[in-house]
Ligand binder design. Structure first.
Ligand SMILES: Nc1ncnc2c1ncn2[C@@H]1O[C@H](COP(=O)(O)OP(=O)(O)OP(=O)(O)O)[C@@H](O)[C@H]1O
Length: 228
């Protein structure tokens, strides 16, 4: 299959199951998904429906049992072929920003060092760009602090800045407001979406919140292992 150049994520008939003590559990059962350049897509679904599993496959943190998955032109899975660990790690490091519910900042690094972390790994650290991003995220006065000295909303703003710092073409966010109160979560989500749009970054946002999902360009619902 030829992939149009503006397709950032292309998934066809993705299947993923897990082996558990109780037997094989089918989680994704034929997922089709297309994400275009600059598009934001919300993925909603019941708890346990497989939203994080899908995000992990797109990030190359795990591999599907079958189906095709191509991310930023890199085949993760196609027929029997699978991208190896190195290829998938390089894709994540250089081209994919990730934002988690638990923020996952590096506790021993200052806000400034956390902000520049991924851009440095991707060899795209730009101090002027980082200063702009810190300003946009309201973090300029907090750059010398450590994560433990920040509120939840501030920590998540640092995590957003870290994910966007290297201007990756794709950002994956897994319940980014799940640990924040409603008002803080709304403010953080609005900032994230504004920055993503400004940068022309594609976004996959996993969320329970219909309000948050409504802010995205498009939304899909995961149910019984398929997207609708
Ligand atoms: N590594 C694993 N081993 C075994 N089972 C797993 C594994 N990862 C996920 N699962 C199972 O797959 C199903 C989907 O999990 P997943 O975390 O993707 O759901 P989710 O929609 O993100 O849920 P939530 O909204 O609660 O975070 C669950 O039944 C979970 O127990």
């Amino acid at each position: 299959m030829t992939i149009p150049a503006d397709h950032v994520v292309l998934a066809r008939d993705l299947v993923k199951s897990f082996q558990t003590a109780g037997g094989q559990v089918a989680v994704l059962n034929g997922v089709d998904l297309t994400l275009r350049r600059g598009e934001s897509l919300a993925v909603t679904g019941e708890s346990g429906s497989g939203k994080s599993t899908l995000l992990h496959l797109i990030a190359g943190l795990d591999l599907p049992d079958s189906g095709q998955l191509t991310v930023l032109g890199q085949d993760i899975a196609r027929g029997d072929a699978r991208a190896d660990d190195r290829t998938r790690a390089a894709l994540r490091r250089d081209q994919v920003g990730m934002i988690f519910q638990q923020f996952n900042l590096i506790p021993s690094l200052t806000v400034a060092a956390n902000l520049s972390f991924q851009a440095r790994l991707a060899d795209r650290h730009d101090p002027a760009r980082q200063a702009e991003l810190a300003e946009a995220l309201g973090l300029s006065a907090l750059l010398d602090r450590y994560p433990e000295q920040l509120s939840g909303g501030q920590q998540q703003r640092v995590a957003i800045g870290r994910a966007l710092g290297g201007q990756p073409p794709l950002v994956l966010a897994d319940e980014p407001t799940g640990n924040l109160d409603e008002a803080t979560g709304d403010a953080v989500a609005a900032l994230m979406l504004a920055l993503v749009r400004q940068q022309g970054t594609s976004l996959v946002l996993v969320t329970h919140s219909q309000r948050l999902a409504a802010l995205c360009d498009r939304r899909v619902h995961l149910s019984a292992g398929r997207l609708a």
